[in-house]
Design a protein around this ligand. Sequence first.
Ligand code: DHB
Length: 467
Amino acid sequence: MNFNLQFDDTAYAVHSVTVGNQTVSYRSYENIVYVSHPVDTRYQILNLYIPEAYYEGKAIGSYKAETAPIFLPITVGGYMPGAPERPGLNRSGETNAAAVALSKGFVVAAPGVRGRTLQDEEGLYTGTAPACIVDLKAAIRYLRANKSRIPGDTNRIVSNGTSAGGALSALLGATGNHLDYEPYLAALGAAEERDDVFASCCYCPITNLEYADFAYEWMYNGIHDYHMVEIRKVGDEMTTIPVHGTMTAQQIRLSDAAKRRFPAYVNALGLLADDGTGLGLNENGEGSFKDYVKSFVVASAQKALEAGTDLSGRDWITIEKGKVSEVDFDRFVSFLTRMKMTLAFDGQDLRTPENELFGTPTIRARHFTEFSKENSTVDGELAEPLQVKLMNPLNYIGSASCITASHWRIRHGTIDRHTSLAIPTILATKLRNAGHDVDFSLPWGIDHAGDYDLDELFAWIEGIMEK
Ligand code: DHB
């Protein structure tokens, strides 16, 4: 099949959405295949939602057809395939980000994205890395190739995602136009255009996968019980089943070994705090970097306190004269409890989502770190270094060979144990040190989630548009 990449602006329906006291009528263009040679037309499609006002020469707030920012919601979770978001309600019955974006006069470009579990008719896996990031880049290239036919300013694309979707938003933000992705884009027949974005919004990004295991054990080492949920298919339904267990002696030894690898990694990053002081760890994992991670927990507790949250039961927090003066980080972590067993991401038995992300058309799951490969309990194969490299924004931030988004908003809830708090902290700090504008915080009492603060998210986005 060969798909035409010229946008057909006649094939639309008109709908409206009401958010608060704002009703916006919009054109809905759905299921636009965004590459000429798609692998899977269930997912390599774009939905466009465009305020009708822009076809009538009108403005919404300060935005017009030529200046409206483009909001790009990423629905990928668990590195699974993600269908295009539609304006409407989320699972909790609240207005979703696409609807809020429209109500504020944004153009919404909602891409579908392949994911690790996709298979073709022959049973070959078609959504392993780097398919998900390549698809997102292809969708952005489609927008740019059609910019004269689609309202919205392609210089002001803002991506947003949660968890694996947050990681993809970060990757989009970090890797704009990098040649590493070019062969994959060319193979799909993506438009020959730029794929950089203006801003990247990342909720709990499950990112930096090569070092996520070391970071996890740096934080959770010493806690041997785990409390996770497994997503299983029961009949036709996906259900989450709580799994509790205690790590084996072998896993505990491996946790110790993984923890010991983390300081050298952090120290080699050469990260700086805002005041220019270096951030590092000694061989026991103690030091200024740990204090720095803790400082974001302290700031979060302080904000919660000021908002009237009762912190009195949290005896690992010290409050003096209305100020959170100290958090005992180790006791805070004990309070959190461990979610994932060692090794958390590159599973020894190849049973994590990330193992499947690094599969091939014919191999369901592989290792992606030497460390886990050496400790494999199933003699798993190791992914090629390039496949792994392509999935980590840390490999691209600060590179002169790509364009990194100017503006970043990164959130990770204080009680979200899906990855170490070191992971979003490293991402935010590396970006800041490279000169980018980064709004980073750890919202108090928030678990693994995204889009829970849409008023603040859009206030931030509108703020950067004025900069
Ligand atoms: C997601 C959660 C995980 O714990 C993980 O390892 C990967 C992805 C997610 O929610 O997308």
